[in-house]
Design a protein around this ligand. Structure first.
Ligand SMILES: Cc1ncc(C[n+]2csc(CCOP(=O)(O)OP(=O)(O)O)c2C)c(N)n1
Length: 360
């Protein structure tokens, strides 16, 4: 069992493929067809392309805000690819790769960052919860959904994501504790991208790893190279299978790095050195998988260039549709936040209406 070999107190990290795409542990390569790896790679590429496009659009003043994902594609695509059809995905706000893997339309994601609430409404049958910005709150929802699956006698598993900063929030510990006690079929994934905005991982906790927090909850945990698609797939698949078989929750720490800014309103050069970023750029999850597929003879540089162009064009096309919906009216925030407007919002709304009259 991987979670034993690479458990929280073993001092080891699961890595199947090295930084150059060379397989280190043949016996650990998950049993998956070449086409399936290629498909996951394409989703990583699409994620990166959509990410770059969102950033450009925001810089052009066309997208409201955006939380970049570059560098974390393997942690997300690898884990989400291990899910089965009826499984639930509970994200935070930076899970573009996981969303695309699980069938969320890029149009919805762009709508959300464009400021349109319809961006939270996914197609029927897509078992993905909307973006959750209040840090850690989604972990409670995830455990609730997983407990409901148990109570209903269904075998769906819930996979939930959180950042390294999120592990300092009470919700995180409460969720792990509840999940353990009630044997909830849930897989918790910490994307340790080393920063919570400007707060480094070292300032988050004195614990040596984040995954060791599984020990206190009495649940299995595993530390994984989050930039290794195969390792992420293998660890998540094992955890999901265990949960489905009644084995309860698992905590996974995906050791990765946010290559870009926290959001488009952040300047990471203020709190980290270029050298550090370059060190991590060499561990790029997309480049690594590309090298593997090319060495296997099932992918080429030319195909890669063409596909990136195609994804770039598609992303722009999708955004144009989003842009055509027009800007969200500010009054919608007051009107539709609750079924009935509470007193304090009514007051603010009246003030806003008054302001509009004054500036007219
Ligand atoms: C409860 C709460 N407190 C503070 C914030 C402001 N905030 C937004 S993102 C963020 C940092 C999150 O860091 P991490 O959990 O490591 O995830 P990452 O952004 O790195 O993906 C904070 C503090 C918030 N959204 N919710």
């Amino acid at each position: 069992m991987l979670a034993q070999q690479y458990g929280p107190l073993q001092g080891k990290m699961l890595q199947i493929m090295d930084e150059n795409g060379v397989i280190l542990q043949t016996d650990l390569v998950p049993d998956r067809q070449d086409e399936a790896w290629l498909e996951s790679y394409m989703t990583m590429l699409k994620t990166r392309s959509a990410d770059n496009k969102a950033l450009q659009l925001q810089r052009q003043g066309r997208m409201l805000t955006y939380a970049p994902n570059t560098g974390q594609e393997a942690a997300q695509v690898g884990s989400a690819a291990a899910m089965a059809e009826g499984d639930w995905l509970v994200p935070a706000f930076r899970e573009l790769g996981a969303w695309l893997t699980r069938g969320v339309d890029l149009e919805r994601v762009y709508l959300y960052w464009y400021g349109n609430e319809l961006g939270s409404k996914f197609a029927d049958g897509v078992r993905v919860l909307p973006i959750s910005v209040p840090i850690g709150s989604q972990f409670q929802h995830a455990v609730g959904i997983a407990m409901a699956s148990n109570i209903k006698g269904e075998d769906d598993v819930t996979v939930a994501y959180i950042g390294d900063g999120g592990t300092s929030i009470g919700d995180f510990s409460e969720a792990l504790n509840f999940a353990g006690v009630f044997n909830a079929p849930v897989v918790f994934i910490i994307q340790n991208n080393q920063y919570a905005i400007s707060v480094s991982r070292q300032k988050q906790t004195k614990a040596e790893t984040l995954v060791q927090k599984a020990v206190a909850a009495g649940i299995p945990g595993i530390l994984v190279d989050g930039n290794d698609l195969m390792a992420m797939y293998a660890a998540t698949k094992e955890a999901i299978d265990r949960a489905r078989d009644g084995g309860g929750p698992t905590l996974i720490e995906a050791y990765t790095y946010r290559l870009g800014a926290h959001t488009t309103s952040d300047d990471p050069t203020k709190y980290r050195e270029d050298e550090e970023v370059e060190k991590w750029r060499a561990k790029d999850p997309v480049k690594r998988m590309k090298a593997y597929l090319i060495a296997k003879g099932i992918w080429s540089e030319e195909e890669d260039v063409r596909l990136i162009e195609q994804y770039d064009e598609e992303a722009l096309e999708i955004f144009r549709k989003v842009e055509a919906t027009g800007e969200t009216e500010l009054e919608d925030i007051f009107k539709y936040h609750f079924a009935e407007m509470p007193e304090h919002l009514q007051e603010q709304y009246d003030e806003y209406v008054q302001y509009l009259k004054e500036v007219e």
